[in-house]
Design a protein around this ligand. Sequence first.
Ligand code: ACM
Length: 473
Amino acid sequence: FVSVKDQPAFKWRGGMLDVSRHFFPVSFVKKYIDLLASYKLNTFHWHLTDDQGWRIEIKKYPKLTQISSNRKETLIGAQQILRNEKKEFIYDGTPYGGFYTQEEVKDVVAYAQKRYVTIVPEIEMPGHSVAVLAAYPELACKPGDYEVLTKWGISKDIVCPSEETFQFFENVLSEVVQLFPGKYVHIGGDEAPKDVWKESPEVAKIMKKNKIKDVEKVQGWFNARIEKFLESKGKKLIGWDEILEGGISPSSTIMSWRGEKGGIEAAKHGNTVVMSPTTHFYLDYGQNPIPHNPKEPLMICCYLPIEKVYSYNPLSKELTQEQHKYILGVQANLWTEYIPTAEKAEYMLFPRLLALSEVAWTPYEKKDFESFENRLSEQFLRLDLKDVNYRIPQPTGLDSESIVKQGDKVIITLNSIVPNSEIRYTLDGHTPDETTHLYTKPIAVPSGRKIKVSAVTIAPNGRHSVPVELVID
Ligand code: ACM
């Protein structure tokens, strides 16, 4: 009846899930993979290890699952808010842990393969490795008492680039590469402060022996050896853009997250790149124009609306057409410091992941946000059928640019992109719900007095958006 001819603009179309800061069960990992596949995203980046928990069974190192996969408690609340208020950190006092057995990993890999999704496992080194040190402190330059971290951030405690550490990671990777048939293995490489390395006689010896002048370059030396090892197993190395600073081989792939700078530099050198800048693809960032809006669930920071995700052009003008061929594609990342549940993960991912799909599939020149929005609106019902807790978009039109003064009245025209939804509103400061005014036509409010207008979208499934509010003065 119909023939579809289509091809994606980019071959790497990814979504990442951090299962270290919070652990997600296999059932959710599969659901995420299903959703990636249904929007024709083909890469699942599984962030399996970090300071707050190691999440994959490694047979040779049982303490990784006995010790590194558990933390004694978890930070409550948003770290940066607390810091601004100069309050003490507060912890929940509840032990937290979880990991995937190799059997579970195999099951997930097979599940993904059936859906044409490739899994890229991430094993962080040399930073974000405190959970490793908690079980194997002999891998530190300064062996001591390490505990799986209970709060977020960057730790100075990183593994020592010693022979023991190479042995450890090579053994770990030997098991990892057997589990994941994909070409790429992600080695992290981000946020690895060198404070400990600077003071370590062992690192000084390595620098002397290998004629390395700058301690930052020791990470490049470390990665080069890991890359050789991966290559011997038929795999390719990918790492966060920090790995550029230590010097990289021509065959490494960069995941550019601190903006596009690293990706652009790498492409100029002929390295392949996945663009994943915080500015457009960090889906742990909020969707409310008011960051830290108390009506939203707690989130790390910022405002990243779907329009902005959609607007991204992976092919920077700073690169030539020839260099554009090094841009493999794009990826959205879901870090989970403030995302403890599947429901909240879905709230952050959707609907913004759909915009990523179109960035990945449609050449920049052909994208059209209005057309996307029309097609997006039809997806809400599909997401309902899949039981996805997407964020219900707030009504539009309640901002100072959209309202119109007409004589002694102010006219407010509201809209929702969710089909068959209701908009409910109040003019007295109450939170709108099913018992308040139903929006049927533009609202006229008298000008010359202060009035607070609040409106929500109520989707056909009964769920409410967060209210949007405007004080008209
Ligand atoms: C990262 O967000 N630290 C890669």
